[in-house]
Structures are given as structure tokens and as C-alpha cells.
Design a protein around this ligand. Sequence first.
Ligand SMILES: *[C@@H]1O[C@H](CO)[C@@H](O)[C@H](O)[C@H]1NC(C)=O
Length: 251
Amino acid sequence: MSMPAAFYIGLTLFWATFSGTDGYFEQRVTQCRYSSKDLVDIEYIDSYVFNKVEDIRFNSTVGKYVGYTEHGVKNADAWNKGPELVQELGNLERVCKSNAALHYSAVLDKTVEPQVRLSSVTPPSGRHPAMLMCSAYDFYPKQISVTWLRDGHEVKSDVTSTEELANGDWYYQIHSHLEYTPRSGEKISCMVEHISLTEPMMKHWDPSLPEVERNKIAIGASGLVLGAILALAGLIYYKKKSSVLYSTWKE
Ligand SMILES: *[C@@H]1O[C@H](CO)[C@@H](O)[C@H](O)[C@H]1NC(C)=O
């Protein structure tokens, strides 16, 4: 399973000035990029963005400011000769390395295992009459692998997947689809691999009705039986009552 590991801890500062309906928007984004705990490839990035265009970036690996616009090139040249550069050169150590242990213990070392659900969905009108969706919810970190197995062999064709989607609460979800033509006696499974799991998680497809559908049928059937009993009780009561009335009438 491929697990490209790159973690970004970022800090964003915004300045905005507005004149009428037009606005000028200045943004500064500083990042510590951690790729391994030994901090070998650690990188400090400081970007200056004006109206969504990045005009200057300091990259600790490069070791100086680089300008990307005419204005940015001019400023980068000036800052590279001044106290700004000295300050930036110290930030890798001061900001990123000194806080690394904290970021790892608070966030980067944490893992949360996915909740996996396998369901049948309507296929798009295509080559196959059936489609399954394997969804993994609420996992962390982002890197995950979802694969399909048919009788134990990996299926690569007719598989589509979303990206890992950020919930916005640190957790991620992903949905993988398999379009297929059912064969009798086959076994289709979805396999999920994630750093939080000691072994791959397997979900096997059960072509009988899913639990929700079974529950709906059970509730409907119970309602029908209950209704029938009540109707019968009502009928008996009515019969009894009317026969009592009838007999009273006769006397
Ligand atoms: C920083 O510079 C190095 C060396 O040129 C490059 O490999 C890396 O991608 C740069 N990082 C960013 C975020 O621009």
C-alpha cells in the first residue's frame, strides 16, 4: 500500500483592504512541512499572496526568497539583502523543529480506524447491471487504500473512486465503486488498508436484502398483523354487542 507521508502544519495570516466593492486581499501562509519523524526532509515555507496570486515564497530548502511577479521579484531581491532573510533562515529551527514533537504527539501520530460499509447502488447505464459502493468513513490520517476482490483476486477494471474527502473535522471519507455482472456463487469483497489497522479490513458482499430493507419489511408485516388482530377484535366486539342488544330487544 502506498503511503506518501507529508504533513503540513500551517498558519495563515490575512490582511484585507476594501475600496467600494473592489477589494485587495493580502494573505501570508507559513507552513512547516514534516515528512518523517527524524525531520530529515523538514521544510519551512513562507508565502505572500496578493489577490490570490503568490508573489513571493521563502523556502528553507532553497534558503532565500524567490519572487514570481514583477513586484515579487523586486521585493525578494530587497529582502534577500536585508534582516528579513536572517529572520527567515532561523524559522526552520525556531518554528518548525522546536514544535515538531508537539505536532507529532498532538496530531500527526494519531490514527483513527475507518468505519466501512458496503452497499448496492444503482449503476449508471453502462456495461454492467450491478454496482457496489464501498465507503470508508471517519478515518485519520488521509492515506488509505480501498481494493475490490472477486473470489480472492483483485479487480482493477470497472472500479472508480472518489478522492479522500475531508469532512472538515480532521476525519476523511472515501467511496469506491465497482460495476459488475453478478455470477452465481461468487464472492465479492472490499478490502480496506489503513495505518490504524493491524490487518486489512474485509467486507464481504451479502446479496440478500440489506438489514435496513429487512427491518422495513418486518415493521410493515408487524403493522399488518396488528391491524388484522384489532380489526378482528373489533368485529367480535361488535357482533357480541349487537347480539346482546338484539336479545334485549326481543324480551
Ligand atoms: C522547496 O524547494 C525544494 C528544492 O528546490 C523543492 O524540492 C520543494 O518542492 C520546494 N517546496 C515547496 C513547497 O515549494
